[in-house]
Design a protein around this ligand. Sequence first.
Ligand code: DGY
Length: 319
Amino acid sequence: MSQQSLPGLWMAGPLAPDLVARIEPQYQIHRGWEIKDVPAYLREHGAGIRGIATSGRFGARRDLIESLPALEAIISYGVGYDPIDIDAARERGVVVSNTPGVLDACVADTALALLLSVSRRICEADRYVRGGHWPLKGNFALGHSMKGKRCGIVGLGGIGLQIASRAEAFGMTISYHNRRARNDVPARYDYAASVPDLARDSDYLVLAIPGGNATKHLVNAEVLQALGADGYLINVARGTVVDEQALIQALQAGTIAGAGLDVFEHEPEVPAALRELDQVVLLPHIGSGTHETRQAMADLFIENLHAWFGEKRLVTQVV
Ligand code: DGY
């Protein structure tokens, strides 16, 4: 088959090279991020572009969706799809898929790694040793035990449930907030009707909900105040869920104990004020960052892509 007769795929950003190598023989890939004059390029090639290959990082904006007349499907790598304009896709009758489920355990591991790190001051202690400061002086690097503490999960979905079972293994009790209480989760999990109520009762407030307008700044000054001076915030969801300025103020004032963050409001920008604080652990959005999980995500991404362009169906459809 000539390159021209293959389905055209607009790639919104550099996806993993091994993933790209696996799909390259069957699709004509247009590397969007390398193109200088996008409107001129699309005038020439747009008619053959039937899919957008993207991720929760690169998204797909309305102007792109509307400028591809032959667009049928947006295939996304990752579970979060907040930077994809779902309304624009729906209006155009364009289907969207993501890669849910396969990364739940891995993101939950990341949440617990952050929780343990801030609670036991692992990174601070590591910096101490690297600075040649051993033996310890006084109470330096004494942290807090997990046993007997309450883990409050905002968003008890696939990832949230895996966070809950891991936290229980460390001797913690579980509370959660969803829009509605779930009747298919263990009865010992306490439901909180609001995020401030959940924060008030939690030692660790762990965020595992989708991003987007509906959850923007759900964790604000009021919630942080409710979490209190002994409380920790863990975010493996989206940076936009937290009012980052309010978080910085709470950390600086000591009105919360610390934070473990895998995501940031304007990532990859991480505010200098956060980087200066000892009681935070900062990760570069690596919630799903293991070889095994990225492989499973790539497999599911490719399954969706082939299913659409082969049989006009999706395996894990968003809309
Ligand atoms: C996703 O896939 O949306 C998550 O950000 C993984 O960390």
